[in-house]
Design a protein around this ligand. Structure first.
Ligand code: SAM
Length: 358
């Protein structure tokens, strides 16, 4: 993208919001802090190779996140790869909990994790200032779970992690389950019971063509309507109102009001028109859509300032930051209107989910 042809960032947007060229307010930043992962989920990773992209230092992530926040981001979610593998995570959360949004509020701070390291890290993360965790679980039967993660003993460890997170107060705990027909769709009813027994919000997510291999097909996607129908047969569901207009999940409770499930349907009922997200990859590239064909190299710009490793005075730093803010703002103006999953000519994105940050 040539930045020369792009509009210039207004000095201060009237509503102090970061808005894209389609009028969507962008307030949600997802940051991958490593693309390493200790699981090899069969639908996500090929099982060969590991990390592919470099990592920035924690200080560099913090500087870049600070720039996004100064433009209007209010919610930061750390992800990966597996973010709990990253050294310096606790200190990073401490620093993030001190950041303030444009209206002076603390950031809404969350982590998406496979939960494997939560038994030991839940309490320190909460003490550092983390608000909530989302744990990815694709089965509630140990054997099925371990076939998917390809890690023996993983179910027991993740269940202990979920319970440790609850005890630490990282609530409400959300459990994200990606459904693939023929892999784990027989777990749907068990997950509904799990939501009630473990006091967690279980969210089913339609599988998207973001895997390393070539698994995706329209037939493998389990659509929202099917999930709701199947659960309703064993435990009748009642629809809940959305928390806000940009909410991606359709929410339901059960007839007795105990427990909550959600269904996120990016394939069968795309919600791009309400998308409020932007992503930063582990190697410092901006991605304006999960399905982008290109990255925008924010980190290269940061490194291009002469004497990037030398101490600089405040004016020099502020001038650099202003240049980076302009780059972020201009990049967000080019955010895609929508994805094209399932349409003729659909192109897989230039990176898979584990290397973007889900
Ligand atoms: N390791 C962390 C975890 O397991 O939550 C964070 C990274 S992981 C890539 C983030 C989420 O993306 C997980 O919930 C995973 O199930 C989901 N995911 C991976 N590939 C996906 C796909 N093709 N479609 C939908 N979700 C996917």
């Amino acid at each position: 993208m040539s930045t020369a042809s792009l509009p210039v960032r207004p000095a201060l947007a009237p509503n102090r919001c970061l808005t894209d060229s389609h009028g969507r307010v962008i307030h949600d930043l997802r940051v991958s802090i490593t693309d390493r992962c200790n699981y090899k989920c069969v639908y996500c990773r090929s099982g060969e190779g590991d990390e592919r992209y470099s990592e920035l230092s924690i200080a560099e992530y913090l500087r870049l996140i600070g720039l996004f926040v100064s433009l209007g981001i209010t919610k930061v979610r750390l992800t990966g790869g597996e973010p709990l593998l990253r050294r310096g995570l606790i200190e990073m959360v401490q620093e993030l909990s001190r950041m303030r949004t444009l209206d002076g509020s603390p950031l809404d701070l969350a982590i998406t994790t496979n939960g494997h390291l939560l038994p030991s890290l839940a309490a320190p993360l909460k003490a550092a200032g983390l608000h909530r965790v989302t744990v990815s679980m694709d089965a509630v039967e140990a054997e099925v779970f371990e076939k998917i993660t390809r890690v023996p003993g993983s179910y027991k460890t993740v269940l202990a992690g979920v319970r440790a997170a609850r005890e630490a107060g990282l609530t409400p705990i959300k459990i994200n389950c990606v459904l693939l027909r023929g892999f784990n769709d027989h777990q749907i009813e068990g997950f509904a019971r799990f939501a009630r027994e473990e006091n967690v919000v279980v969210r089913f997510i339609e599988f998207m063509p973001l895997e390393e291999g070539r698994l995706w097909s329209p037939e493998i996607v389990v659509p929202l309507t099917e999930v709701v129908e199947r659960i309703s047969k064993v435990l009748p569901l009642v629809a809940l109102p959305a928390h806000d207009a940009g909410e991606t999940a359709r929410r339901y409770t059960f007839a007795d009001g105990i427990g909550e499930i959600g269904v996120i349907a990016p394939v069968s009922q795309a919600f791009c028109g309400a998308c409020s997200r932007v992503r930063l990859t582990s190697d410092g590239k901006i991605r304006t859509c999960l399905f982008s064909q290109m990255d925008h190299d924010l980190y290269r710009r940061l490194r291009s300032f002469s004497g990037a490793n030398e101490p600089r005075d405040r004016d020099e730093l502020e001038a650099e930051d202003e240049e980076l803010r302009n780059y972020i703002w201009q990049t967000i103006q080019g955010k895609e209107a929508r994805h094209h999953i399932g349409e003729p000519g659909f192109l897989k994105p230039s990176r898979s989910m584990v290397h973007i940050g889900g």
